[in-house]
Design a protein around this ligand. Structure first.
Ligand SMILES: [Zn+2]
Length: 117
């Protein structure tokens, strides 16, 4: 259940970002999550909606964008992308793969209302 730990961190980040941007209300929170994080979106949303209620932004909705895996073979240079988590190169069978995308986990941006708007 590492979703709760992730949600806890996200809520803290949302609080900090909202205060920095002078938001008094947060309606949507956009995050990017790579497939390698093996996050269950529904669990993360549930955890987030519980925890966000503990700070002043209850009701903010979590929007999760899944980032597919993209790797590059260090042996032959071939690239592949998708949800396939097989860690071998499709061309040469090499296992020395560089991860180009898929291990992201970050707060992208917030939608909300501030004092000045
Ligand atoms: Zn290769």
């Amino acid at each position: 259940m590492h979703e709760w730990t992730i949600a806890d961190n996200l809520v803290r980040l949302v609080g900090e970002a909202a205060r920095k941007e002078g938001l008094t209300e947060v309606s949507e929170v956009y995050v990017k999550v790579g497939v390698l994080r093996q996050v269950i979106p529904e669990t993360l949303k549930t955890a987030f909606s519980h925890l966000i209620g503990e700070i002043e932004f209850a009701g903010a909705e979590l929007k999760i964008e899944k980032i597919p895996l993209a790797v590059k073979c260090r042996d032959c240079g071939s690239k592949k992308a998708g949800d396939d988590l097989a860690f071998t190169c499709g061309r040469c069978g090499g296992i020395d793969l560089e991860i180009l995308a898929g291990d992201e986990l970050y707060l992208d941006y917030l939608e909300g209302k501030g004092n000045g708007e």
